[in-house]
Ligand binder design. Structure first.
Ligand SMILES: C[S@@+](CC[C@H](N)C(=O)[O-])C[C@H]1O[C@@H](n2cnc3c(N)ncnc32)[C@H](O)[C@@H]1O
Length: 315
């Protein structure tokens, strides 16, 4: 690696130093945001993941691995080549393990909470680092509220909400495996699970059923995938988010809050806000754009690092 690249990586690492007070899972390099287009480096305690979004990094993989080993003392490193932006499935990416002195699975801490990660598990580790700040913000609003965490994945929002005193949480996801990992995250944080805390279901169907049954929530979280297949139909966040927003608004108590978020770079903050405003009609008190922690420098300038998130408060 040339000196300029090393200096840029060092500068990026040093800019993240303050975040180490709250977590040991962070993004150390965020591509273009750190003047290193196509390179993403993440650290999970003493393990690392490199995502390569540009072929110019491929020839230098060995040097990157050496750097991660000596500079960060990594005991595990996997490099994931993600040159094709359309490749969303783990089988479509070329992943190779470069340092193998510890298992790919470990537990990280964030704001005094614990989360299991598996760095071998496809594209994602089990904890979306770009949502760290929003987990804290939303959890800070949920004390005493009934929370519906739709598209829950490994239930990190649910863990935060329960730890912050939500009166109940329901984590809804279509994936049994993700909910199982969510249950493990509850266990890591000594949170006892209520019987209905994890629901394997289609989020829209769940919300429609809740409306029918008269169940209401003080907080609904909507963080759907960009694209997904369910029941023979293709879900696209750009096309289908308005229906989800409408369903969520219908089951929010008055004064309730909605988090609406997407990683799909084809949906701008403004377009998302227009969807929310249309779905919320006269019930909306305020819409606040949410951001990311400092490790996501330059987010929004590249498709591989994009998050539009809105906090909606109702009357
Ligand atoms: C972007 S991830 C959510 C991340 C999560 N909010 C977090 O912060 O950790 C999308 C999740 O939606 C789930 N999913 C996909 N289609 C679904 C559906 N129709 N109903 C419920 N969950 C679904 C996937 O299994 C995946 O866990």
């Amino acid at each position: 690696m040339d000196k300029k690249t090393i200096d840029l990586i060092e500068a990026a690492i040093s800019k993240r130093k303050p975040l180490r007070k709250i977590t040991n899972a962070l993004r150390l390099v965020n591509g273009l945001g750190d003047a290193l287009p196509g390179l993403v480096l993440e650290q999970y305690d003493d393990r690392c993941v490199i995502h390569l979004f540009d072929k110019r990094w491929i020839a230098g993989k060995e040097a990157l691995a050496e750097f991660v080993k000596s500079r960060l003392g990594a005991r595990y490193l996997i490099i994931k080549e993600r040159l094709d932006p359309q490749a969303l499935k783990s089988e479509q990416i070329n992943a190779s393990v470069w340092i193998d002195q510890a298992p790919a699975r470990t537990v990280v801490q964030e704001n005094a909470l614990l989360f299991g990660v598996d760095l071998n598990d496809g594209l994602n580790s089990g904890l979306f680092l770009d949502m760290r700040r929003n987990r804290k913000i939303v959890a800070g609003l949920t004390k005493g509220l009934r929370v519906l965490n739709c598209f829950a994945y490994t239930c990190s929002f649910g863990v935060y909400a329960r730890a912050s005193g939500a009166s109940s949480v329901i984590n809804v996801d279509i994936s049994r495996k993700s909910l199982e990992r969510g249950r493990e995250n509850y266990g890591l944080n000594q949170l006892e699970c209520a019987e209905d805390e994890f629901a394997r279901a289609d989020a829209l169907t769940y919300m429609k059923l809740a409306l029918k049954k008269g169940t209401r929530f003080g907080c609904v979280i909507l963080d759907p995938p960009s694209f997904a297949r369910h029941d023979g139909k293709i879900f696209s966040v750009k096309k289908d988010f308005p229906v989800l927003i409408d369903a969520a608004m219908n089951i929010l108590e008055s004064g309730g809050v909605l988090l609406a978020a997407t990683n799909f770079s084809g949906l701008s903050h403004q377009a998302l806000e227009e969807m929310v405003a249309a779905g919320g009609r006269e019930r909306i008190k305020s819409i606040e754009p949410l951001g990311q922690d400092a490790d996501f420098r330059g987010s929004g300038r590249m498709p591989e690092s994009y998050l539009a998130a809105l906090l909606v408060k109702t009357k």
